[in-house]
Design a protein around this ligand. Structure first.
Ligand code: SF4
Length: 181
């Protein structure tokens, strides 16, 4: 039987959610018997394949134009989209910057930090993503099919969701699998 194709990507993140995915530990050996991971932020292939995947997994909020494009690309190329972690599910800690003007945020980050010398300047290269006016949850940008909150989400919740999908069921998270912390 063909393996289920899964692509993952991260947006505005600390990467802890992807570490939680790795925290399924030895169960990952069982998972890869049924799943082909096509792309991820920690492999050479970063983008989901053009011919699509069965499941897309996004961690992190949407804070800039590159992240917005990555979320849309994943949505276009996957049948089922899972948002993992508080940042992806409702913006999480990343939304702290929404209390400030984005130019103020950039100035604080690149010019005014205590460790920045007098050469500090806000990078303005056209190749860089531009900050959106505010950080958004993934479902404010694209349709999300499954939300797995938590900071990071429990590895058991990620395992549960993936194995339910492999069994042909839409996962319904309850109890310890559903955390907001
Ligand atoms: S939800 Fe928590 S662990 Fe996941 S990316 Fe956000 S801050 Fe990091």
């Amino acid at each position: 039987m063909a393996k289920v194709k899964v692509a993952t990507d991260w947006l505005d993140v600390c990467s802890g959610c992807h570490m939680a995915l790795l925290d399924i530990d030895e169960r990952i050996v069982e998972l890869v018997k049924h799943v082909q991971f096509t792309s991820s932020p920690i492999t050479d292939l970063k983008h989901p394949p053009e011919d699509g995947v069965d499941v897309g997994i996004l961690s992190g909020a949407v804070g800039n134009t590159h992240q917005e494009a990555a979320a849309k690309e994943m949505r276009e190329r996957c049948k089922i989209l899972i948002a993992i972690g508080d940042c992806a599910v409702f913006g999480g800690i990343c939304t702290m910057r929404n209390f400030f003007d984005k130019e103020e945020v950039l100035r604080r980050g690149y010019v005014e930090t205590e460790s920045t010398d007098e050469e500090g300047a806000v990078p303005r290269s056209e190749e860089l993503g531009k900050l959106l006016d505010r950080v958004k949850a993934v479902n404010e940008v694209v349709k999300v099919d499954i939300h797995i909150p938590g900071c990071p989400p429990p590895a058991d919740a990620l395992w549960f969701a993936l194995t339910e999908l492999l069994a042909g069921r839409m996962p319904v998270l309850t109890g310890d699998n559903l955390t907001y912390e």
